[in-house]
Design a protein around this ligand. Structure first.
Ligand SMILES: [Zn+2]
Length: 537
């Protein structure tokens, strides 16, 4: 059965816009003018009048955490209650009242920079004022820091004498645990929280997919194995996805950024047949994903010099150079793609050096290894990224918050050469876009606005390095064409062209003619996956 979508403003992945396209059996089979498309579709075709509306390919979020999002949707939503510490605590009290029991209260999304009443991180005593009867774990928006109450510390057995874990820190005040856990130390807490079972995982994924569809996202490159790393094995995550796929309930195409922290684990995964590209159009194994450092907000991104606003620290590298070399070298030899989170420039140095060694040892034509985030950079590193042929997983939406802190944190010199995604694009590097959700909402139009304006979402701050702004077309491509390149699927999706998967969105306004500062308010009217409507606004 052919369906003709006509009388629209259709961005196919190239300009000029066309009016119409045809879908058959889940694929685009034609794109062009109304007359041509009608002739191609024939008189029997079903006809859908787009009434002048804008259509483009479904969006790819090239780095996020789908299961974490689902898990966050089943926890207290602290991101909406971070205007003050007292608001945050009230939100947790309400959650406790609405979800009575003995189990953990989980919440995520606070950021002390937005507190109007205090200017510090919450601590154990704050959370004790919510309850001491059951454990609480409240994760910062960045995911690199969390705070627990005294009941949780008791369950965890954390005392003043507990050893500090490598690549992380247990917060202390006057020698006593203050309830704060940074980076690798957070694992101690995660290990204590019981993991959901497979049915609960499927429920979380269903909800998360529904949310993505509402923002026009039809493909997610997602890092899921680290949500409950010791209690929820990757096998269960994969089974949950495959069962959802078999039941026709997976409404987002998933490319799993397979997160491993040790070579034996990675080896077991690969030897079980999990290599990049294995799977179907709906669930596929993606790259080896590694987390190289922390985040800028929490001052755990690993810098080549001390933080300008905290000279006692350069941040925290998660892996030694040896471990990076070993794991990236192995993955590269096995034909796996690799994607490493690097926010600070010192972390980027290590990752680039590991890629250089791996590719010298075993050269590959089309490896598509990449850097996730790629925020704090120096010009020499941008050149190396191009020379190595790396892919960049950018998050333009990070500008919304980071504009406030980047210069403060790293100083004017590094700030002047950071978030340089346009320079990379101009140098021929493939730059995709995403949200790192649940760090940020998977709000593509807001991401497009930040990419184009280089300002925060309100428009009050910035522009930050305006010569790094994307055009609207470049921004759209970063969420479509280049997103597909990140998963080796540019011949399968990312454009409206014959033979491509019919994933598309209808928007309330044409972003090419909208004022840049209004892009984020363009509504997603409908989202289609393989020609099937999965969201209607
Ligand atoms: Zn991430």
């Amino acid at each position: 059965m052919k369906t003709l979508y006509f009388n629209g403003a259709v961005y196919t992945g190239a300009l000029p816009l066309v009016q119409a396209f045809v879908v058959e059996d889940g694929l685009f089979t034609f794109a062009g003018s109304d007359t041509e498309a009608a002739a191609f579709a024939g008189p029997e075709a079903e006809r859908v009048d787009l009434a002048g509306r804008f259509a483009c390919c479904g969006f790819t979020d090239s780095h996020m955490h789908l299961l974490s999002l689902g898990s966050a949707l089943a926890a207290a939503d602290l991101a909406r209650h971070t205007g003050s510490l007292s608001d945050l605590l009230q939100c947790l009290r309400d959650f406790d009242r609405d979800h009575p029991g003995q189990g953990w209260i989980r919440g995520r999304g606070w950021n002390q920079d937005y507190f109007s009443d205090v200017s510090r991180l919450p601590d154990r005593r704050d959370l004790d004022s919510v309850t001491t009867a059951r454990p609480i774990c409240a994760i910062r928006a960045c995911g690199h820091c969390l705070v627990v109450n005294s009941r949780a510390l008791e369950l965890l057995g954390i005392t003043a004498d507990s050893p500090q874990p490598e690549g992380g820190r247990i917060g202390l005040e006057d020698g006593q645990p203050d309830g704060r856990f940074y980076d690798n130390a957070m694992q101690l807490v995660y290990d204590a929280i019981p993991a959901p079972n497979k049915e609960e995982v499927k429920d979380m994924l269903r909800q998360a997919c529904r949310m993505l569809n509402s923002y026009g996202v039809t493909s997610s490159q997602t890092d899921d194995y680290c949500v409950y790393p010791t209690t929820l094995p990757w096998e269960t995550v994969n089974e949950a996805y495959r069962e959802l796929e078999a039941a026709g309930e997976l409404t987002v195409r998933v490319y799993e950024q397979s997160n491993f922290t040790s070579l034996p684990e990675l080896r077991r995964f690969v030897e079980a047949g999990n290599v990049t590209g294995a799977g179907s159009d709906l669930f596929k194994i993606g790259p080896l994903k590694m987390l190289g450092d922390g985040a800028l907000g929490a001052r755990t991104a690993y810098l080549s010099r001390p933080y300008a606003d905290a000279p006692e620290t350069c941040g925290i590298p998660v892996f030694s150079q040896e471990t990076l070399d070993e794991m990236i070298g192995y993955a590269n030899r096995q034909g796996m793609q690799v994607a490493v989170h690097a926010i600070g420039d010192a972390c980027l140095d290590r990752v680039l050096s590991a890629y250089e060694k791996a590719l010298a040892d075993c050269p590959r034509q089309d490896h598509r290894h990449g850097i996730v985030h790629c925020q704090i950079t120096r010009p020499d590193q941008l050149e190396k990224i191009q020379a190595l042929g790396l892919h960049i997983y950018a998050q333009s939406i990070f500008l919304d918050y980071d504009i406030r802190i980047v210069e403060e944190r790293v100083g004017p010199e590094l700030a002047a050469t950071s978030y340089c995604w346009k320079s990379l694009l101009d140098a021929g590097v493939s730059v995709s876009n995403g949200s790192d959700c649940p760090v940020e909402l998977p709000d593509v139009m807001a991401g497009i606005q930040c990419a184009v304006t280089r300002k925060d979402r309100s428009g009050a701050l910035g522009p930050y390095l305006p010569d790094q702004a994307f055009s609207v077309q470049e921004a759209l491509d970063s969420y479509t064409v280049h997103g597909a390149e990140a998963s080796f699927e540019e011949d399968r999706k990312g454009r409206i062209a014959p033979g491509m998967l019919a994933d598309f969105v209808l928007l309330g306004e044409n972003p090419f003619t909208a004022a840049p500062e209004t892009l984020q308010s363009i509504p997603v009217l409908a989202t289609y996956l393989g020609g099937r409507q999965v969201y209607a606004g």
